[in-house]
Design a protein around this ligand. Structure first.
Ligand code: PGA
Length: 270
């Protein structure tokens, strides 16, 4: 059995998924307010702005190399007649470091399947970006006791093309669909239970290297529950939607990254 804290806990990843919010001007204003509030956050912060806002975020962050910017989605082809899409290689050239794949809104509103997620994860890794594959069950699936089965299937298919070397650029996000944008959060115990299951899957697939793949929790993360969720077993970071739109709230979440864990890791590195 895999228990205890894994390497992924050392520097929590705090990702802000802006979805279809914040124009270039709004993003610039957001960052002016946000940056002074996170000067000493120990978190690895990543923003996922709308593609059209991406460059404005990069420019506003120019002086803050430590904060990353990713894209919310990519298509798996590099280029061609695919109106409305962007590719992983273009995102990489534009300076993206990460891509979200298989977010539940992509699955539910835009018909993305596990097979689509698989192709996208492969394209993202091939372009040298880090992929954050999102998984999670609906309320109906949870209530019919199929949560674990659904999540494992999403992992199995979504990661089918990832070899042991590829997993270094891989992150996962467990986002129970019933907790997204609803104000209903998984309890730290529920989150930990699924995160442990995901960790087991990763270790089965990648051997002991699977211990260090960060697994983020997402779904109604707020300043008031961030520290508790981050402290849950196997939670290596947070994927934040609604609360990442407000500079003060998101900064509070970034500062919730637990200092005592970092002290532990610092002494381990010595
Ligand atoms: P939420 O969204 O924090 O607004 O629930 C999370 C997400 O969809 O990534």
């Amino acid at each position: 059995p895999i228990t205890g804290r894994t390497l992924s806990r050392i520097r929590p990843v705090i990702a802000g998924n802006w979805k279809l919010n914040h124009s270039p001007a709004a993003a610039t204003e957001f960052l002016q307010a946000f940056l002074p509030r996170v000067v000493d956050s120990p978190a690895e912060i990543v923003f996922f702005p709308p593609a059209i806002t991406f460059q404005a975020v990069r420019e506003a962050l120019a002086s803050r190399g430590a904060i990353d910017v990713g894209v919310q989605n990519v298509y798996w082809e590099d280029s061609g007649a695919f109106t409305g899409e962007i590719s992983a290689s273009m995102a990489a050239e534009a300076g993206a470091t990460h891509a979200l794949i298989g977010h539940s809104e992509r699955r539910q509103l835009f018909g993305e399947t596990n097979e689509h997620a698989r192709r996208k994860v492969e394209a993202v890794l091939a372009a040298g970006l880090q992929a954050i594959l999102c998984v999670g069950e609906t309320l109906e699936e949870r209530e019919s006791n199929r949560a674990e089965e659904v999540v494992l299937r999403q992992l199995e298919v979504g990661l089918a093309g990832v070899a042991a070397e590829g997993r270094q650029a891989l992150l996962l996000a467990y986002e129970p669909v019933w907790a997204i944008g609803t104000g209903r959060t998984a309890s730290p115990d529920d989150a930990a239970e699924m995160h442990r299951r995901i960790r087991e899957f990763l270790v089965q697939k990648f051997g002991k290297d699977g211990r260090s793949t960060p697994v983020l929790y997402g779904g109604s993360v707020k300043p008031d529950n961030a520290a508790q969720l981050l402290a849950a077993d196997e939670v290596g970071g947070l994927l934040v939607g609604g609360a990442s739109l407000d500079p003060e709230q998101f900064a509070r979440i970034c500062r919730a990254a637990c200092p005592s864990d970092l002290e532990k890791s610092a002494s381990r590195e010595k």
